[in-house]
Ligand binder design. Structure first.
Ligand SMILES: N[C@@H](CCC[C@H](N)C(=O)O)C(=O)O
Length: 287
């Protein structure tokens, strides 16, 4: 029987199983990740983060310092994802509270490249890097590039696809559709179908620089929060509003709390809390 150390943490209730693998010896299968993330048979989480040096990660992108701590992120179904915004803060909290990092500003490796993290009064801010419109020509011409059908909305809704390292499809809800009436049990249907799947954010404007959203995450289902999703939602709302240069700071309310997003040209930063709630040892099922 193999048992491993774990910790459990969350960022605005987007929750993760953290697995320290300080010497890079663990090779978790999809089934083992799915088991650990299972809320009944395992620890439970929206995703799993293995804490390992970049140099020990076979599929780490080139160009990341091999000594940097790497956020090896997997979704609850075991699939690997390029990026997790809330995960970066929880990862940072683990590194700092366990003495693996002592600086207030430091870098980590991710499948979407090196990310810079800073401690801020309410937690951490992470520079998510550059964002792209996934289908710029369509977006510039029509203000949208796809349509989304979500249970609870009377008709298909226009949407904008944004790449933040991982894929997002953002829908601005018309005034007659409330966030509460949507049923996100199943993944919303996105047309055209994104080649690698997508996270879908449903957004409602609340005020100046302030939006609320719900999210259905690729590889997970509906979650209480998604950091890269909050960034995508703020970017899309800003972009639809003709990119006002006096509105670069956004507050994004998610079911699990509140996140901050700062836009800076083609770059975007995310801020919010991070909490470690438990740690222990858990038995790993045979792969
Ligand atoms: N919750 C995360 C995003 C996690 C990855 C996502 N499900 C994907 O597959 O891209 C966040 O806070 O950004």
């Amino acid at each position: 029987m193999t048992t491993i150390d774990f910790a459990k943490g969350h960022g605005t209730h987007n929750d993760f199983v953290l697995v320290p693998d300080l010497d890079g010896a663990l090779d978790l299968t999809e089934q083992q990740v799915a088991h650990l993330c299972n809320r009944r048979g395992g620890i439970g989480g929206d995703g799993l983060i293995r804490i390992v040096r970049t140099g020990k990660v076979a599929d780490a992108p080139e160009g990341i310092d091999p000594d940097l701590w790497f956020m090896d992120y997997r979704n609850a179904d075991g699939s690997a994802a390029e990026m997790c915004g809330n995960g970066t803060r929880v990862f940072a909290e683990y590194l700092r509270t366990r003495g693996l990092v002592t600086d207030d500003i430091f870098e980590i490796g991710t499948r979407a490249g090196t990310k810079r993290i800073s401690t801020v009064p309410d937690g951490y801010a992470v520079d998510l890097g550059t964002w792209q419109l996934a289908r710029e020509e369509d977006a510039e011409r029509r203000g949208m590039d796809s349509v989304v059908q979500v249970v609870g909305a009377p008709s298909a809704l226009p949407a904008l696809s944004i790449d933040l390292g991982n894929p997002h499809t953002v829908v601005a809800l018309p005034t007659e559709v409330s966030l509460d009436q949507l049923d996100l049990t199943d993944a919303p249907h996105v047309d055209p179908r994104p080649p690698h799947g997508t996270n879908v954010e449903l957004v409602r404007p609340i005020g100046h620089g302030h939006i609320a959203m719900r999210v259905h995450e690729r590889g997970v289902g509906e979650t209480q929060s998604c950091g890269t999703g909050a960034a995508a939602a703020a970017i899309a709302t800003w972009w639809w509003g003709n990119r006002p240069q006096d509105q670069l700071d956004w507050t994004v309310d998610v079911p699990g709390g509140r996140l901050g997003v700062h836009l800076d040209g083609q770059r975007v930063a995310l801020s919010g809390p991070a909490v470690i709630v438990a740690e222990g040892r858990v038995e790993l099922p045979i792969a």
